[in-house]
Design a protein. Sequence first.
Length: 365
Amino acid sequence: MAMDMATVMVTAMATDTAMERALRRMRKKRRNNPVNKKQIIISLVICLAVALFAAVFIHMEQTKQKSMQITAGNTHNVGNSYRNIVYKGQEYQYNNRITNILYAGVDSTGKLEASSQYGNKARADSIALVVMDEKNRRMTILSINRDTMTDIRRYTMNGNDKGLYTTHIGYAYSYGDGGKVSCESLCEAVSLLLGDIPVKRYVVTNQDSMPYINELAGGITLTVPNNDLQEKYPEMAEGAQVTLDDSSIKDFLQYRNTEESFSNEGRMQRQKAYLTAYVEKMQSMDENDLEKAWDSLDVMDDYIQTSVTRNQYLGLVKTLKKAEFTEDSIEQLPGTDQEGDLHDEFHVDEDALRELIIRLFYEKV
């Protein structure tokens, strides 16, 4: 009996001890709860800080990307290296009273507008640099073959600059945004091709602009330079005099036989004939009428992209009226046509080009 009582007492004491240990653990757990809450709060603050930092970083990257897209066409800085050059031992200085205006006609219809996605835009079919030499009262139009192989700038689909690579100059517009960046990329490609001379001003139009451009000058009468269009337009035999209207202007300036190698040459001949007649018509117009022509451009807002302001245009009108201009004032980039793997290619004669650049843009020191 005594043994049974002792066993009971030991068991009871053991039970009490176990209960006390359990109670102590519970009290300890309660004491630890505020610490756990504090840790949770700290963790949340850290997470919020990280999230805020990430948001700021993403915003900065997006801002940087947006800025990069806007200025992508200006990534090439020509600096001042073009101002003074030496050629065959002779020093030359750039004529700073020259204004260069790039004109390009792109192969698209509908509204010309920029998009956030780069690439796969229209190709520049017609490219020409209008050189307004106020000092020598001379106007020259340098016609540039769209198949000219030269350095142009590429971009990713979201506008990241991928640097320069060699391909057809007409694609300089295609790889941009279809707006300002495309225009500036084409200006950059022409500048690079011509020894870094400055090309800042541009006028870009598309196919839908042609009737409006023709109408600005009241229609153009010219001599047809080849038989490319005779099958469709019997009256357009080589040597014939024709007046272009809305029904024929697009074909005259754009058509080429894509099945025939180097057919762009025939198109360029027709464009040269048109440009010659167009400039002569504008020079014969009254200066007031030329000034009014600027306001008439409103009707073709959707089909033209330009960096030329009204005041700049009015200044150019005065230069145009005084400038010497003949058919010989339209020059072609020197070089040769070659058949490429996929498309025709035009390869520049570097020596002849260098001499052309000096003749057009430089003066002996």
